[in-house]
Design a protein around this ligand. Sequence first.
Ligand SMILES: Nc1ncnc2c1ncn2[C@@H]1O[C@H](COP(=O)(O)OP(=O)(O)O)[C@@H](O)[C@H]1O
Ligand SMILES: [Mg+2]
Length: 237
Amino acid sequence: MAFSQPSLLPDYIEAIFFIMFFKGSPVIIRLQKVTKRYPPDNTVFSDIDLEIERGEFIFLTGPSGIGKTTMLRLLFCAERPTSGEIWIDGVALSSVSNSQIPYLRRKIGMIFQDFRLLSDHTVFDNVALSLEVTGLKREQSRDRVVKVLEGVGLAGKMRQYPFQLSGGEQQRVAIARAVVNRPAIVLADEPTGNLDQERTNEVMMLMEELNARGATVVFATHDDRLYKNTHRRIVKL
Ligand SMILES: Nc1ncnc2c1ncn2[C@@H]1O[C@H](COP(=O)(O)OP(=O)(O)O)[C@@H](O)[C@H]1O
Ligand SMILES: [Mg+2]
């Protein structure tokens, strides 16, 4: 009889379901009634509800000054909401103390609009520095950095300094640095803002590739040419 004696199986299955639902929840970013106000009275946005699924690629759009960068900074925990709650992979950001933020950021790669490369470090070191905190062995981390720089077409420029690179190349270093940790989430702030059409296409292809490998991508841009012919979800601020 199936129910005549206790079995380990149901517990086991329950545990699997628990892990699936808890860690593998389809929603990786969730905002509930999020408001951001800068004193004294600049309300950038209010009561934003948003759910982004694991593996999605969404465009965060709207004209300059509408709050795209502010939104990405909230997701990156560089800024706290005035009210409301944000969950990243099930973690409520209000429960994350400032000292815990670096751990949260291991899940997130942020591509800054203004690159923020270290001018006194080579291309290789700019990217390698992101890996130092993760405790990878030197050899592994070297291989990883070389691979990611090859991936963005900068294998030949690893020993150069940022000032020796074009804007497009610097942008690609910034992308390599953001993704070398293989983050679950990539936040890109106008990553094509300073690029010509050809470089823009290259960056778009890189972002698509990251997404195809499983990363959730939030791509902020005011440029409607980038998303008007895609099937991607568009979130207008
Ligand atoms: N640190 C800050 N202090 C005060 N106001 C800010 C700050 N950062 C952004 N803002 C304001 O927030 C609004 C949205 O800016 P931002 O998020 O940079 O827009 P976008 O990225 O869409 O161009 C602007 O009105 C800007 O002046
Ligand atoms: Mg911006």
